[in-house]
Design a protein around this ligand. Structure first.
Ligand code: AP5
Ligand code: MG
Ligand code: ZN
Length: 214
């Protein structure tokens, strides 16, 4: 299954992707996680990306498209993939379509997780994440048993640099302007599966499963 997860910052793309990995066994490809790793590793791409991420702006299309194409060509993507946070612009969506077509493949579904904007700021500013394995926590919900230490891997649980109120507000504006139009883009192509994301994560996931398994 070739799946795209679409949704605003904080909609729960990463949270649902983790559940999908368990059930469907597909690789989770989060461009945000890839950039955060590049930042942590201090690569030239990471240094360049950090400037955009800290302001809540998008990393330029050519950079993002390049790393996703490379990732999709890896052997673990042969049986399918879960793309999280890509595409985010019309040129990225066109590039994805073209790259898959070149490989003789196509998307099966675009899961669109819909959450009202009022709920998103609170979710993002209360998020915590494991630096090592990426597991997502929330100070209003699930937190690790030992403060600051990931239950799964012992890694450091921290607050993302872009989860401040000012940056979150810009990320949401950038989403509305650049990414929200992709809902219509995929609806036109018959791929859109809208999901009400304003419910508890396991209830949302039950609908994600239904949308994918029919
Ligand atoms: P990225 O890392 O993709 O961030 P994002 O899109 O802003 O999305 P988030 O990861 O913030 O939210 P999420 O939907 O994954 O929510 P989560 O499950 O964590 O991108 C970061 C940056 O990288 C971008 O700003 C940009 O600079 C750059 N970038 C990345 N991709 C790019 C691209 N394609 N093009 C250009 N630039 C790109 O949940 C959030 C919180 O809510 C958590 O605490 C969670 O516990 C909680 N939560 C989740 N589900 C629920 C629920 N159902 N009910 C209550 N709480 C919930
Ligand atoms: Mg995420
Ligand atoms: Zn961890």
């Amino acid at each position: 299954m070739n799946i795209v997860l679409l949704g605003a910052p904080g909609a729960g793309k990463g949270t649902q992707a983790a559940k999908m990995v368990e059930v469907f066994g597909l690789p989770h490809i989060s461009t945000g996680d890839m950039f955060r790793k590049a930042v942590a590793d201090g690569t030239p791409m990471g240094v360049a990306a950090k400037g955009f991420m800290d302001k809540g702006e998008l990393v330029p299309d050519d950079v993002v498209i390049g790393i996703v194409k490379e990732r999709l060509s890896q052997p673990d993507c042969v049986a399918g993939f879960i793309l999280d946070g890509f595409p985010r612009t019309a040129p990225q969506a066109d590039a994805l379509g073209a790259a898959l077509s070149d490989m003789g493949r196509a998307l099966d579904a675009v899961i669109s997780i819909e959450v009202p904007r009022e709920a998103l700021v609170g979710r993002l500013t209360s998020r915590r994440q494991c630096r090592a394995c990426g597991r997502i926590y929330n100070t209003m919900g699930e937190m690790p048993a030992v403060h600051g230490v990931c239950d799964d891997c012992g890694g450091e649980v921290y607050q993302r640099d872009d989860d401040t109120v000012a940056t979150v507000t810009n990320r949401l504006d950038v989403y509305d302007k650049n990414t929200e139009p992709l809902i219509a883009y995929y609806e036109t192509r018959g791929l859109l599966r809208p999901i009400d994301g304003d419910r508890s994560p396991h209830v949302v996931f039950a609908d994600v499963r239904k949308a994918l398994e029919g």
